[in-house]
Write a protein that binds this ligand. Sequence first.
Ligand code: PGA
Length: 249
Amino acid sequence: MQKPLIAGNWKMNAGGADGLALARALLASRPEDGAVDLVVFPPALVLARIAGLLEGQGIGVGGQDCHPASSGAHTGDLSAEMLAEAGAGWVLAGHSERRQDHGEGDDLVRAKAEAAHRAGLVCVICVGETECERDRGETLDVLSRQIAGSTPPSAGPLNTVIAYEPVWAIGTGRTPGLDDVAEAHAHIRATLESRIRGGKEIRILYGGSVKPDNAAALLAVADVDGALVGGASLDAASFLAIAGACLRS
Ligand code: PGA
């Protein structure tokens, strides 16, 4: 197993003084043994200040999205280069809320991941089936298609992480059974190994309603190399309890 990675996706929350307070709380109580990698994805408005606060402190910072181009006439967008200049080392691409709310497809997600790599960022590429797709028995096909379409040739273990997030588990308090998580992660691992040199070492996170009380069980599943945490990452104690669960699993 790779070194576990616990990532906090703050989404459109904690974008001001509350975000700085959350970062300070993480700083005050984070584990200092380096056994788990931690990274937070705050709103872009507060990213530079949080990156300054956390610099050299063992907690990475990332953007929640980026545009494929490095600059240009793209009103409202941010480039991967801008995120890097602001102090980010990471970026999410293809989160299901971007895929759904902004109609992002695999081609665009792949271009964003390429942009992230060009700018020297680690890209967390998100994949996952909807509830209808699961009910129709299409989960593994959807994962194959999304990985093939969203993962660029530049991807490798040092610059890419895959987050498996069943869309129906995000923010709902519902999680798949552990056997289903194991099946999905084994399938993602096999897909990565067949497509990418070093695919065996790419970290695969589980995301979707990860909480302190279910984290140890989820993180103990084979090929689950960490978690992408939404709601529970907005509370420092919960986020750090999930990180602590890695060490117990
Ligand atoms: P959740 O969100 O933990 O609130 O379900 C996870 C995510 O969307 O990354």
